[in-house]
Design a binder for this molecule. Structure first.
Ligand code: B3K
Ligand code: ZN
Length: 844
């Protein structure tokens, strides 16, 4: 396959002045007629006229009304064209009903829908399918479907047709079409300047009752973007559609967002607190893209983080404002360490702005998204919140309507603040997680912190330069008072010292508060000091971080030396758990120890080979120990977290349920599932029902409840996804793989629905001890199913192959088993470009 390089960027030779599309819908033979005015682009080098096009049947093409016979390849067409402006007309036939890749125009449960980002539009018609070609689209849809939607504002409609016009120039990846038997949950929003916008969430009949929460989240997001970023909505209508078969979470098509139904449909009976929170965040994320992504888009796909990093950053600010800021920050850091750090430290490591790719869909990664958002957080911390707002205003003023680059983005900050961001830009070009060591010195009232930074080599990047690290630090006096409040030290050198003068006693430093830089901090500090920070740190993040470090050290000691649990740490943690002035959600995060893959990662970072069985056994021992030690604390926590009000998915109630779930999980170790059964029987919402079911499965007495749950919910595909995943995750590693294997034979299992596939196989891949079973059964099952999925849905296959990315951490036997499975995938006949790139990178 061909590799595309950032350095080879050239502008397209023509501008698309307007685009008229007519769709005549038919499941196996949809006709698409395109009429496009092209005019030479004065800023582009001379080139042949080339339009992307894949899996299209060309019916006819004409230039200025005269039929032409273009030269066709499997990538697109070329054709001689006049030297001035011309009208391009083209009719193609496509087969949406056979499109299981879910890219381009496809069908989901009888409904037509599209997914064009990144390069799906070329499966709809011949077009310059690149984000820097922006045009005004007018769309006519012909078909019997009662509802027919596209981007922009509605135009004429009548018997068997509907027209749409989007006045905002956009790249083809933001095109969308939906048609089918749909019903809407309506709403409306009046913008700050008084414009009334019609809102709709469109769903399959039967799902109407699951839209109210999403609608509220949409309105709240619209308001927030006006208040915080000064951004108003810019069309008369905003439509959201829920689709069951979808490769990712959702898509920000202009005025017509398409959502995976799991990321928009919600009700207390069928959705967990975590589902609600995620839905709120994704609705916000897609809505925020209207400015950061749509009004200002990307020049090319290498600039993907321009829209994704910024939009993730904006949605995390939104969630912090709506819910608890420390809880959100801790959750984001857990996620960053769980998904981005392994990526950054393994064979798939790439810069936030990659420099080459074979298949761009493989670069919608935790690095581009989540590290991309961290980089923006660092920028904001460096320049301060006011300058950040000023720079963002300038960004929107200067680049509205542009397809922009990271250079444009940084220039706005340089112009708004007078800062030179040359060194900071390394965050976009240099891959890998920096490791920072800290040493300290105390003399005559002066405290010195010395930081050294080093970024290990990553594929294609052997030598790393120092990064700019905005390191938030505070100092505590020995009695727990904060003597130096948080300040941001700007580290730019490989080694750099900072002094604090005039202190009465040697302070305890609290370093990288709020996780201000996304690094691995290597600092030798005693258990006493960590316990001190756990008890006293005024920064809630670092208080949690101190506990996490103690938990990690305890786990590692148990694994490596056979020591017992560290009771001093457990006593410190108990004090936190008993402190009912602390948010229950925060206490729940304290109680949740590092997961198995985090421990494997830390073991690897510290030069040990992780043993998945030993990690699992340690977890069992430690959990049992905690349960027994806290036998009188647990009933108190269960009582304290009981919610008597009507169900609300807000931060307050869900925090209580989260702490309650943690307490139930320990309680189940002592009572064999009695409390879980009682909770299951009484549950009137999915959060309580599901946490109870999980504990019943874990207790070994879950089969009857699993059956009852299935019988109760078999009509609800999103709940049944949970049922598939939960039983795999709840069973011991020795049974989980076999259960997953059996579930792939269940009548409700299907390879064509990504949610079901991920619920089942993702559960195995995410279950450390099961996936890494010594006999290789986990690896083999994954490889079998990924090989089968590749012909059906390359994008989801490739994405799930990254489960193997940490393979070099493990022992020689496991490495050999994984390598054999990856080689088996590589050897598959007609392997997709997506999967071949991913597995190829992991093997090289
Ligand atoms: N922009 C889309 C992701 C498209 C993924 C294409 N493989 C959703 C989002 O980030 O909002
Ligand atoms: Zn996004």
């Amino acid at each position: 396959p061909e590799t595309v390089y950032l350095r080879d960027y050239t502008a397209f030779g023509w501008q698309a002045q307007d685009v008229h599309l007519t769709f005549r819908l038919a499941p196996h033979a949809t006709r698409v007629v395109a009429r496009i005015h092209f005019a030479p682009n004065p800023d582009a080098p001379a080139q042949d006229f080339f339009l992307h096009g894949e899996e299209l049947k060309l019916i006819r093409a004409a230039i200025d009304g005269t039929e032409v016979t273009p030269e066709l390849t499997d990538k697109g067409l070329t054709c001689p064209v006049p030297s001035g402006p011309f009208l391009w007309e083209c009719e193609v036939e496509i087969d949406p009903a056979s499109n299981t890749a879910l890219e381009g125009l496809y069908m989901s449960n009888g409904m037509y829908c599209t997914q064009c980002e990144a390069e799906g539009f070329r499966k709809i018609t011949y077009y310059p399918d690149r984000p820097d070609v922006m045009s005004v689209f007018t769309v006519r849809i012909e078909g019997d479907e009662p509802v027919k939607l596209s981007n922009g504002n509605p135009g004429k409609s009548g018997d068997g047709f509907a027209e749409w016009h989007d006045p905002w120039p956009k790249p083809a990846y933001l095109f969308a079409l939906v048609a089918g038997d749909l019903v809407n949950h309506p709403g409306s929003f009046t913008t700050a300047s008084g414009k009334k916008v019609e809102l709709n969430i469109w769903v399959r009949p039967g799902d109407e009752g699951k839209c109210a929460f999403g609608m509220e989240a949409l309105k709240t997001s619209m308001k927030w973007d006006e208040e915080v970023y000064g951004r108003e909505y810019d069309l008369d209508i905003f439509n959201i559609v829920a689709v069951d078969d979808f490769n990712m979470g959702a898509m920000e098509n202009k005025g017509l967002n398409v959502f995976n139904s799991s990321c928009v449909l919600a009700s207390p009976e069928t959705s967990t607190d975590a589902n609600f929170e995620r839905i709120e965040a994704i609705i916000a994320h897609e809505y925020f893209h209207n400015w950061t992504g749509n009004r200002i888009t990307c020049r090319d796909w290498f600039q993907l983080c321009l829209k994704e990093g910024l939009t993730v950053y904006r949605d995390s600010q939104f969630t912090s404002d709506m819910r608890s800021s420390p809880v959100k920050r801790i959750s984001d850091v857990i996620d960053l360490r769980g998904r981005q750090f392994p990526e950054d430290q393994g064979p798939l490591s790439h810069p936030v702005r990659p420099e080459s790719f074979q298949e761009i869909n493989n670069f919608y990664t935790a690095t581009v998204y989540e590290k991309g958002a961290e980089v923006i957080g660092m920028l904001r911390r460096l320049v301060g919140p006011e300058a950040y707002s000023k720079a963002l205003d300038l960004y929107f003023d200067r680049h509205d309507g542009d397809a922009a680059t990271i250079e444009d983005w940084l220039k706005v900050f340089e112009d708004a603040t007078g800062r030179d961001l040359t060194q900071f830009k390394r965050w976009y070009s240099q891959a890998g997680t920096p490791r920072v060591t800290v040493s300290e010195d105390w003399q005559d009232g002066t405290f010195t912190l010395t930081f050294s930074q080093m970024t290990p080599p990553t594929p294609g990047q052997d030598d790393k330069q120092p990064q700019v690290l905005p390191m938030a630090v505070g100092l505590l006096s020995p009695n727990g008072d904060e003597v130096v409040p948080t300040q941001v030290l700007e580290i730019t050198e490989a080694e750099q010292s900072f002094t604090f003068e005039g202190l009465g006693a040697r302070p305890v430093p609290s370093i990288n508060r709020e996780f201000s830089t996304p690094i691995v901090l290597e600092r030798d500090s005693s258990a006493e000091e960590k316990a001190f920070l756990l008890a006293h740190d005024t920064d809630p993040f670092n208080r949690w971080e101190a506990n996490r470090a103690l938990a990690r050290d305890c786990a590692l000691d148990m694994i490596l030396t056979g020591a017992g649990p560290n009771v001093a740490w457990l006593d410190g943690l108990e004090a936190v758990l008993r402190d009912d002035t602390l948010d229950p959600a925060y206490r729940a995060l304290m109680l949740a120890g590092p997961g198995a893959s985090e421990l494997a990662q830390v073991l690897h970072e510290r030069g040990h080979t992780p043993d998945p069985e030993a990690i699992y056994d340690m977890g069992e021992t430690l959990t049992q120990f905690m349960a027994e030690r806290w036998v009188d604390l647990l009933p108190k926590l269960l009582a304290e977290t009981r919610v008597t009000d009507a169900y609300r998915p807000d931060a307050e109630q869900s925090g209580k349920r989260a702490l309650g779930a943690a307490a139930l999980s320990l309680t189940t170790r002592l009572d064999g599932g009695a409390a879980a059964q009682a909770q299951y029987d009484a549950a009137d919402n999915m959060t309580l029902q599901l946490t109870a079911l999980m504990q019943l499965v874990k207790s070994g007495n879950g089969e009857a409840a699993l059956q009852a749950f299935y019988d109760q919910w078999q009509h609800d595909r999103l709940v049944i996804d949970k049922w598939f995943g939960l039983q795999i995750m709840g069973l011991p590693p020795g049974q989980a793989v076999e259960r997953a294997q059996a579930l792939t034979q269940h009548p409700d299992f299907t390879m064509t629905n990504p949610n079901r596939f991920r619920a089942t196989l993702g559960a195995v891949g995410g279950y450390h001890a099961a996936f890494h079973r010594k006999d290789g059964a986990g690896y083999a099952l994954l490889a079998d199913k990924l090989i089968a999925l590749d012909d059906i849905n390359p994008q989801t296959t490739a994405r799930m192959c990254s489960l193997f990315q940490t393979w070099k951490r493990y022992d020689a036997d496991r490495q050999a088993l994984i390598r054999a499975q990856m080689e088996r995938i590589m050897a598959k006949d007609k392997l997709s470009r997506d999967t071949s790139e991913m597995v190829g990178r992991m093997l090289s």
